[in-house]
Design a protein. Structure first.
Lengths: 246, 246
DNA sequence: CGATCTGTTGCATGATATGAAACTTGTTGC
DNA sequence: GCAACAAGTTTCATATCATGCAACAGATCG
């Protein structure tokens, strides 16, 4: 474990969507470093293009080199590129935002986000991790998850995000049975008020869930009446992607 | 300049699309480090999630943390998010791949890539830098570039990529005059045989080029007959984005 | 103008990253 | 089945190199 590299990585991770620009002092305080140390580490990171200075103020922000490197991340790369056209299709058909997500431990991680045409911007969820029980993608995965893993999810306490979040494991279990029956999962304002989503799992030939596709949008557009139709579309998309993978 | 951080960054940059997975020896040789040093640096990077080990072979590849961090890169973030729906629209209308690019020094850097529905995968160009004179986006920017900068481009030797690459500065200058007349730029197999593209610049109120939008596809789909129609569409998209920015 | 906050730069110190070599582990060849 | 080889990790002594302090330089503010 090399200390200076660890510290440099910590500096990178100190940035987030709330604070896209930070000064040396802010950063050193967050990470717990001397400002002189932080200053030199940041200068090195800047030299590498991993951070940059904002022209006006002299604060730091994450650099474009990260975007370039992220393009080479091969993890799930095949799945992503394979799925992309299908996802674009789904976004066009539904005029809503589409996500592709996979299971990572006991969380869902978003691999891809495709905005529908004509829509206002939506926050970027790519790379974000969420629990399984309160998002549509997570539920779609959970529904087909075999026993040792799924039991662990039900056993752990289920965090409450809104008043619609399901925190009762028995209720969740029953809902998952229904997901297996109809093929798609639904989450209505369970992680964020007003955010509705429908998702379907992409399973391998053994029936194990590999990934999930979702369509999501504001409650006033993704209404209860539309859910059946959207469900059919996400299931179709998931089936298409699964077909391409095998 | 902190040596170990510089070396760690060099290790990250040693990965590219040709070699997505590398062993400790490969990496140490590429960067010019002792394998023991490389081993420790990589272990640290792995701990930070910036690289991961491939489950089967124990080689390293870039980690998903990079994708997460890249999502927070705010550089041109506004432009990107603002442009995204328009780009998605353009992709849907043309059924071809759409790119958004900006000028970075004397090169073009791709910020965004949107795949059209129904299409086979295209290589990822996001983050890649290309010269100005042989890609449609670059020409669109070059055409509106004011004198001190554009003169430097024409003065420098123009690299030849295919037999259709324009390497004569006078010819290029004349073509740029035509771009200013019709509003869009065209590149036909000038950086890669069989890759055709049409692009238009997004200019600020002073007429300075800020970014460019392009539509590209294989030569058999992006035919000379379609170019006029595609030109009109990219110009419309560029105008829409420019309008949203001001 | 003094006061305060932010960020960079010398400098002495010793903590820490380094390279050589030893040691594992896995693979290939005979 | 064993030897030879390659890839990777670990140990250890060494001195390099990162560190923290303090002083300095700008900027902002009252």
């Amino acid at each position: 474990m090399i200390q200076s590299v660890q510290r440099a990585a910590a500096l990178l991770k100190a940035f987030d969507s709330d604070t896209p620009e930070l000064g040396v002092n802010d950063l050193s305080r967050r990470v717990g470093l001397h400002k002189s140390t932080a200053s030199r580490l940041l200068a090195t990171l800047e030299h590498a293009g991993l951070v940059e200075r904002v022209p006006g103020t002299e604060k730091y922000r994450l650099g474009f080199e990260l975007v370039r490197l992220a393009g080479y991340v091969r993890h799930y790369g095949d799945l992503r590129e394979l799925a992309r056209p299908v996802l674009a299709d789904l976004a066009a058909q539904t005029s809503e935002t589409v996500h592709l997500a996979v299971l990572d431990g006991d969380e869902v991680i978003n691999l891809e986000q495709i905005e529908a045409p004509h829509m206002l911007r939506e926050a970027n969820w790519v790379g974000r991790r969420t629990p399984l029980h309160c998002v549509a993608n997570g539920k779609a995965l959970l529904a087909w998850l075999p026993d040792p893993q799924s039991a662990a999810i039900y056993a752990a306490p289920l965090a409450q995000y809104t008043d619609r979040t399901i925190t009762d494991p028995h209720l969740l279990r029953r809902q998952m049975a229904q997901v297996r029956r109809c093929g798609y999962a639904v989450a209505l304002g369970e992680i964020e008020i007003g955010l509705h989503a429908v998702a379907a799992a992409i399973c391998d030939r053994d029936g194990l869930p590999l990934a999930a596709v979702s369509v999501s949008g504001p409650a006033y557009r993704v209404t209860p009446q539309r859910i059946d139709a959207l469900g059919a579309l996400v299931v179709a998309a998931a089936t298409t992607i699964a077909g391409r993978m095998l």
